[in-house]
Every structure is written in structure tokens, then in C-alpha cells.
Design a protein around this ligand. Sequence first.
Ligand code: FNR
Length: 184
Amino acid sequence: SQIQIAVFVGSLRKGSLNRQMATALAALAPPGFTFKQVNIGDLPLYNQDDDGDQAPQVKRLKAEIVASHGLLFVTPEYNRSIPGLLKNAIDHASRPYGQSVWTGKPAGVIGVSVGAVGTALAQQHLRNVLAYLDAPTLGQPEAFIHAQEGLFDAAGHIGTASKDFLQSWVNRYAAWVTQHQVGP
Ligand code: FNR
């Protein structure tokens, strides 16, 4: 059976480089893996008053995470941290208290930036959050992708300069997810 990966993109921008990256990474997925981008743009702002009666979009988000075998975060860096969009989704799926759906889900973190540090600081903040949520996160290799001419080819696939690196990153990530599956 397929190993389902829930992919979270931290940008809603139409031309998002991170969304392009998420789509291109899915094309590098090894056999047996399905990468599916999860919609987080329709969630209300998190409000603890609603914990007892979560919105349908939140229930749908949580169900998609429960059904997944692994998590992949592809996010830009906003002001040296993760975008509010992504934090909002993380907070929603962590509640009500004791009913977080992140627990134990193997995760990977990657991002594209036009800035020189290539999302390193956002990734570090995200790792902190995922550690607290008990989602085991791939440590190495790190992937801080600097957006440059040729990052994607005309078909939207990873360009030649980064292809080998990102294929090996995806392979390591897939092995990490496999290693964390429980049961036979
Ligand atoms: C940015 N950008 C940015 N880049 C970076 O490397 N470090 C940063 O702290 C920030 N901060 C930041 C804040 C806000 C509000 C915006 C809108 C942008 C630039 C960012 O890397 C660039 O816009 C990317 O293209 C955003 O990713 P998507 O939307 O292309 O996926």
C-alpha cells in the first residue's frame, strides 16, 4: 500500500517558489510514496474558544494528517521565522489539549528563499515547534534552497544544478518516514 505524505506549503502566493518546490519534490518521490499538498489557506484564525467545536476545515485538516504516514513542510521564511499561515495550521491540529494529531508523525523540513540564508532560520524555528509536538524530524541533510535562475526547468522540475542534491534529500526523507512506520 502507498505511503501517504501530507505536504504543507507555507505560502499562499500564486507564484510561490515553495509551492513549485513542493510540486517538483513530489515528482522525485520514490515508488510507493504519494505526496499530497494539504490546503491550509481556508482555515480560520486559531481561537481557543472553538476547541470544543472545531470548524469543518480544521476537522478536515486533522483527518488528512491522521491518514498520512509522514509530513513534509516546504516553507518560506517570513521575518526570520515561519509564516503565520503555517503556524496557524500547526496550532489548529495540535488542539484540543491531548488531541494533537502531530504526535509521532515523521517529518521533513525544507524551504526556498530569495534571501541569502535560504530559510535556515525559519526551519530552525519550525524544528523547535515540531520537537515540542513530538514529530520526529529528519536532521540531515539540511536543505536551504536559494532561489536562483535555473532552480526549476521549463517543465517545472528541479533544474540540473540542484537535481542530484534534492533527489538524495528526498530519498533520505523517504527512508526516514519508512523507518518510523510502526507495525508489520
Ligand atoms: C520575506 N522574505 C524573506 N526571505 C528571507 O530569506 N528571510 C526573511 O526573513 C524574509 N522575510 C520575508 C517576510 C515577508 C512578509 C515576505 C512576504 C517575504 C522573502 C521571501 O523569501 C520571498 O518572498 C519568497 O519568494 C517567499 O516564498 P514563496 O511565496 O515564493 O513561496
